[in-house]
Each structure stands twice: as C-alpha cells, then as structure tokens.
Ligand binder design. Structure first.
Ligand code: TRH
Length: 374
C-alpha cells in the first residue's frame, strides 16, 4: 500500500514552444488521481494550443481532474503542497518557498531529458536550499538509474480504430485519399532548419505517401514539393489537441518528432522514428542526440540517419551527405527489408523501455522514500 501525498503542486514556466507545458500537462494527468493536483502555469495561451478545452482567461479551472492555476506575480498567499514538482528549474516564488517550510515533504526539480551518462550520477541527488527543505534533482531517462519516461498507453489497437481516428482527424478529401491509396503515413514535426528537400527527395515514386503536419511546421514544404515534383499528399492541420497528437503517433507509419515530449512519446508508438533535437549552443544537442543513439544501441544506419536529419539543414551540406540521407531513408523507411528491420528495432526498444517503471510511478515512490527519511 503506497503512502500518497494529499496535495501535489507542479510549477511550469513556458520558455518557448510546447514542450514545457506538454511535459507538465502529461505528467499531471499521469499521476495517481487520489491527491489534489494543482498545475501552476505562467502561459495559458500556449497551454490552450495543446488543450483547447482550457480557458486561457481564467485564473483557476478544473480539467480532467487537475486544478489548473494561472501562475502570475501578483499571487502573494500560498499554501504549499506535500509534494512539489518544479519543472525545469523554473524558480518558485519567494512566498511559496517560505510556505514550504515545515510542510513540504518532498521537492523535486524535474529536469530536461538527456541520455548523457552524467545524468545517472545526479539523479535523486539532494541540494540544500535556503528554506531548509531539501530539493532533489529528478532526471527522466532511458536507464534503470534514471527516473524513467512519461508513459503513453496503447490508444489505437487495430486497423478499425486507426481508420475511425483518421476519419475524424483529417478533412474528408484527405481521408478519402488515405482510404483508397493506402499511403505510407508520415507524421512530420520538426524545427525550421530540417532538411525538408532531402526528405521529399527520399520519398518513393511508386508508393503513395501522405505527410501530416501542423500549420506552423516546415512552412516551405508545399513550395519545395512543387519544385521537386513530389507526388506526396500533404495535409496541414491546425495545431491539434495533445491527445489527438498522441493518437496520431500511433496511427502514423513513420514519426518524425522533435523537442522532448513528442520524442519520448514516439518510443511508445513502436514505429520508425527520427528525432529532430532542439538546437543548442556549441552543438551540444548533437552530444545529446548521440548519447541517446548510444543508449538505445542504435545500428549504424540509424545513427547516420538521425545525425544527417539534424545536420543537413544546418550547414551548407555537401551533396554526398544529402545523397546518403536520401538513400538511407528510402531504403529503411520504404523498402520492405529495410522497413522490417527498422520496425523490429523499434519493437525491441519498446519492450526494453517497457520494463522500466514510468516517471510518474518513480516520482510517487520517491515521495514515500522522502517521508521515510524525514
Ligand atoms: O514544442 P517543442 O519543440 O518543445 C521543445 C522541447 O520541450 C525542448 O526540450 C525545449 O527545450 C524547447 O521546446 C524549449 O517539442 P515537444 O517537446 O515535442 O513538445 C510539443 C508538444 O506539443 C507535445 O506535447 C506534443 C504537442 N503537440 C500537440 O498537442 N499538437 C500538435 O499538433 C503538435 C504538432 C504537437
């Protein structure tokens, strides 16, 4: 029998894009339902993009059992929770830090995901804070010595469910194309510098392909497709609800994902995936990318594909590298033998990750440990 906190506060500051709120919203919904969970978010407009049921003008509202609060500077009175999750070192208000004294049993800084080795040594380490409450580093990750991953459950179980989901997601004309041509469905989510021209050039001429993407992603796609005489069916969608995006990950044949949250969730979809990682100074993101590829024991072709997907658009890429990407993607995503190998790799990776307790379970277990220590 677990001892659960009575109250959990999750603090989220939106830096840019949708990953910060994407992770926090997913985490809030994946924790046990018994405690009162309050999610404090400084930017409800971004939140509303991934969850349109949320009213961005309300200071407080309840959604899916979670109390959502607009976190702003004018709040002076705080009641601290038993378990406090500070997402990505977002700096809690001074008055809240004071309210934590003698009340909060467990305070976690939930860090960004990285498969780099050093993470294991820092995971669960305390750092003493001025208010006397120990704060622990909590790192999500792919190995036993990390906090695990946010878990996406099976949402689409069979062809019929896939079709009924796509029927509601896609405009009628696009769904008719999907039904009749049975295209390879690519879910495309990447940053602006992705080598879209190379992607289009890798698509087969003898197979139908459909690319589904959100309105703001790869704005040059249609123009490039015209220039390259691509026959791919391109369907743009308004930014969709996070839950629909999760379904799309499982309905697609290939997931091209980015950031942190879509990247993690794509692992559970068991489909060929490429990661377009958030670019960082001094190309640190490439270390992170390769740390992930090393951790999951990716075969060489997959390491090359991911590295090329991230680097081609960035530099004045050489024709040789472009050709390498095009050949690799064409072979492994579309050729029968190659795609079977990729699928089988993702299946085994899924099995391996499935053995690891989820991030939310590890957080709740850690709370119990904190109680024992106090
Ligand atoms: O939006 P991102 O690029 O966020 C990134 C990462 O968090 C990165 O680590 C961080 O440093 C940077 O922002 C500032 O990509 P990510 O993490 O995949 O988050 C996107 C979220 O949006 C995810 O929860 C899925 C969701 N989503 C929708 O709900 N609807 C959509 O149509 C799409 C395309 C995504």
């Amino acid at each position: 029998m677990h001892i659960l906190p009575k109250t959990i506060d999750i603090f989220c500051r939106v830096i840019d894009n949708f990953g910060d709120i994407g992770v926090c919203w997913r985490l809030a919904q994946s924790l046990p339902t018994e405690p009162t969970i309050r999610l404090w978010v400084d930017d409800l407009i971004s939140f509303n993009k991934i969850e349109p049921a949320l009213a961005p003008n309300l200071c407080r509202q309840k959604l899916n059992g979670i109390e959502i609060n607009h976190w702003h500077k004018q709040i002076t009175e705080w009641q601290a929770a038993d378990l406090v999750i500070e997402a990505f070192a977002c700096d809690l208000p001074d008055a809240y830090l004071q309210a934590m004294k003698g009340h909060t049993q467990c305070w976690l800084n939930l860090d960004y995901l990285s498969a780099e080795k050093w993470v294991e040594a820092f995971h669960r380490q305390p750092s003493i804070q001025a208010n006397g409450v120990p704060k622990y580093f909590f790192f999500p990750g792919f190995t036993k010595k990390t906090g695990g991953l946010l878990r996406l459950h099976q949402l689409i179980h069979n062809e019929q469910e896939k079709h009924s989901f796509l029927k509601t997601l896609l405009p009628a004309e696009a769904y008719a194309f999907y039904q009749t041509k049975k295209p390879v469905l690519i879910n495309l989510f990447c940053y602006a510098h992705a080598p879209i021209d190379a992607l289009l050039s890798a698509l087969p001429k003898d197979k139908a392909v459909m690319i589904v993407l959100a309105d703001s992603v790869a704005p040059q796609l249609e123009t490039l497709a015209k220039t390259l005489n691509s026959t791919a069916y391109i369907q743009r969608l308004n930014f969709i609800v996070q839950n629909d995006y999760d379904h799309l990950l499982q309905a697609a044949d290939i997931n091209l994902v980015r950031g942190e949250d879509s990247f993690v969730q794509a692992h559970w979809a068991e489909k060929p995936m490429l990661w377009h990682i958030y670019p960082q100074d001094e190309a640190h993101h490439l270390h992170k990318l390769n740390a992930w590829l090393e951790t999951i024991s990716a075969p060489t072709w997959l390491r090359n594909l991911n590295n090329l997907w991230n680097q081609l658009g960035h530099t004045q890429s050489e024709a040789k590298q472009r050709k390498e990407f095009i050949d690799l993607f064409a072979n492994y995503a579309f050729d029968t033998t190659g795609s079977a190998e990729w699928l089988s790799f993702q299946n085994s990776l899924h099995k391996q990750l499935d053995k690891q307790p989820s991030l939310s379970k590890q957080i709740v277990d850690f709370y119990e440990e904190c109680l024992k220590k106090s």
